[in-house]
Design a protein around this ligand. Structure first.
Ligand code: BDR
Ligand code: CA
Length: 316
């Protein structure tokens, strides 16, 4: 029987509850081969999200070193989100301590190493500010051809969440996003258009909790914590943003994906960090971005449940 061809991926994020759930999905997927985890300041400071990433790697038994990225955006001051993710950036269940040393490489150096050494093109899954990805593209433009695609959670064509116009990940580092969107590399964007429809309801994570394996229980507790703030904003389910960047490459058939030219607003008084799409194609160049705009919510939740069920008998 043929072995499944695994797609090499780099996970770059700022965990963060939804980053962590995205990484649970990625680690459970037979189709993916996680080559590296890299961290970027965003939901919390770089030190905190890096510690979280290393604890998640230990929880998921990932035999890889985590590489720490830049501690601030390319040009602006850091914005963090303790209201959503707590003081640690990943408040909630107790996690195992890191079991691998932190890499001596910086995140962009680690990305470059993985790209250089890979025989196949590599997919970068970016679920935080795009600071590391941009820094790597600027420092090693010759490696662009080794990138299969960059699958991102960021932006929103209709609305923002941190300001009326801007979504958090893009707002944290608009200049980085600008460089990524102008890089010419194949890009997929899971913006708020889809991620605010990727609602996981309390009954959905109770079903996950009832799987009763250690990872399913942790995932349910992450939802418990994340939902405290999200529900105070009026949502009846948890807006499960970052897992969309993983599931939209694993199961594109459950998503509505449209090609548009998208640019990043850098200067607007009210709109800095907004992602502006040319829906008509009349005002711009060729599309530069596959924009994920909708999904089959029930199938999304089923895939999440199925991924958590794969951790039956897991030891923590
Ligand atoms: C994004 O911001 C962060 O708080 C989440 O982890 C997600 O990546 C949603 O706007
Ligand atoms: Ca994130």
């Amino acid at each position: 029987m043929d072995k499944i061809r695994k797609r090499p991926v780099i996970l770059d994020g700022d965990p963060g509850h939804d980053d962590a759930i995205a990484w649970v999905l990625a680690a459970a997927a037979d189709e993916l081969d996680i080559k590296a985890i890299t961290t970027v300041a965003g939901n919390q400071t770089l030190e905190k999200v890096t510690y979280n990433a290393r604890r998640i790697a230990a929880l998921l038994h990932l035999d890889i070193e985590v590489a720490k990225g830049r501690n601030r955006p390319l040009c602006s001051e850091l914005i963090i989100a303790p209201n959503f993710h707590g003081e640690t950036g990943l408040d909630g269940p107790v996690l195992p301590e890191p079991d691998h040393k932190l890499s001596d490489l910086s995140a962009p150096e680690m990305m470059a190493k993985v790209l250089r050494e890979s025989e196949e093109k590599v997919t970068i899954i970016s679920t935080g500010a795009q600071t590391n990805v941009a820094a790597m593209l600027l420092a090693y433009p010759e490696l662009k051809e080794k990138i299969e695609m960059i699958s991102t959670m960021g932006g929103g064509l209709r609305n923002g969440n941190w300001t009326a116009g801007a979504e958090f990940n893009i707002l944290v580092d608009p200049e980085a996003a600008y460089n990524v969107y102008h890089s010419g590399v194949k890009l997929q964007m899971c913006g708020l258009d889809v991620t605010e429809k990727a609602l996981v309801y309390p009954e959905d994570w109770e079903r996950i909790r009832s799987l009763n394996n250690p990872i399913a229980k942790v995932v349910a507790e992450w939802f418990d914590f994340f939902f405290i703030h999200v529900s105070s904003l009026g949502w009846s389910g948890a807006t499960t943003h970052d897992p969309c960047a993983v599931l939209s490459i694993l199961h594109p058939e459950i998503f509505d994906i449209r090609d548009y030219y998208v640019d990043i607003e850098l200067n607007g008084e009210y709109t800095r960090g907004a992602t502006i799409a040319d829906y008509t194609g009349r005002h711009s160049n060729e599309p530069n971005c596959a924009c994920v705009v909708d999904l089959d919510r029930e199938k999304f939740v089923d895939y999440l449940y199925e991924a958590c069920s794969r951790y039956e008998g897991w030891e923590v």
